[in-house]
Write a protein that binds this ligand. Structure first.
Ligand SMILES: [Ca+2]
Ligand SMILES: [Ca+2]
Ligand SMILES: [Ca+2]
Length: 240
């Protein structure tokens, strides 16, 4: 094999490692929740059903940055559609003890997590219902490995400067991931009973904190050992 051929073989393998290590290094950040604070000003990284906006003008301060997500029951997407959207068992939104779930709105994001990761978010439930309201007990929830209620009309409220009459105020909820895997995190707000009086849910500062994966460190080590840094430097100098 000529020197030139050897050299280009080495270059090819280093380039191969370079692209491999790039993928491995990039993977953890792509796997975590993205745009969790909605600072893109839109639902980049998220999907929605029903009435949901990203807003910097809701009459309620964000907990992080300038934007937050605001969900409302006003268009009342059917409960069955929301259950399907979030991958929940049909009828499960009516099993939380708040009466029959009529409809509402939800957002979701699918991400990959490692064991030990912590998912955290800030939420604020808002309502025009009289509180407490046993008949029309609107509620907010999150779904992650099942369904968990955040608040209904029976919790404590303060007057709201938002379009809604009352709000719980922002609170923080955390969830520990014990098994590595792909998860769908959902947030929703539901009209229970009738659909005439609306409720809302503000979400901000959603994060999942991934632990760096050993595979990405291996990629960096292999890359460095084969002189990839020198090659990269030379390529950069050429481009300059
Ligand atoms: Ca924000
Ligand atoms: Ca309840
Ligand atoms: Ca209602």
């Amino acid at each position: 094999m000529s020197t030139l051929a050897k050299s280009s073989t080495l270059t090819a393998s280093v380039l191969g490692l370079l692209s491999l290590s790039t993928v491995l290094v990039a993977a953890p950040s792509q796997a975590a929740v993205i745009n969790g604070s909605f600072e893109s000003g839109d639902f980049t990284g998220w999907k929605k059903i029903g009435t949901a906006v990203v807003t910097n003008a809701y009459g309620v301060d964000t907990t992080d940055g300038n934007y937050q997500a605001g969900l409302s029951t006003v268009s009342n997407a059917p409960a069955a559609s929301i259950e399907k959207f979030l991958g929940l068992t049909r009828g499960s939104l009516s099993t939380l003890g708040n009466g029959v779930a009529n409809g509402g709105a939800a957002i979701k994001q699918t991400f990959t997590a490692s064991a030990g990761d912590v998912v955290s978010f800030d939420w604020n439930f808002l309502t025009d219902e009289g509180t407490p309201n046993a008949r029309n007990n609107d509620f907010a929830f999150f779904s992650l490995n099942g369904l968990t209620e955040l608040a209904d009309t029976k919790v404590s409220f303060v007057d709201s400067l938002s379009p809604f009459r009352e709000e719980t105020g922002y609170q923080t909820t955390s969830y520990n991931i014990t098994t590595a895997g792909t998860y769908t995190l959902g947030f929703g707000v539901i009209n229970s009973g009738d659909r005439k009086v609306q409720s809302g849910l503000l979400i901000d500062n959603v994060s999942s904190e991934p632990v760096p994966e050993p595979a990405s460190m291996l990629g960096i080590l292999a890359f460095g050992a084969l002189g990839g840094k020198k090659l990269l430097k030379r390529r950069q100098q050429k481009q300059a």
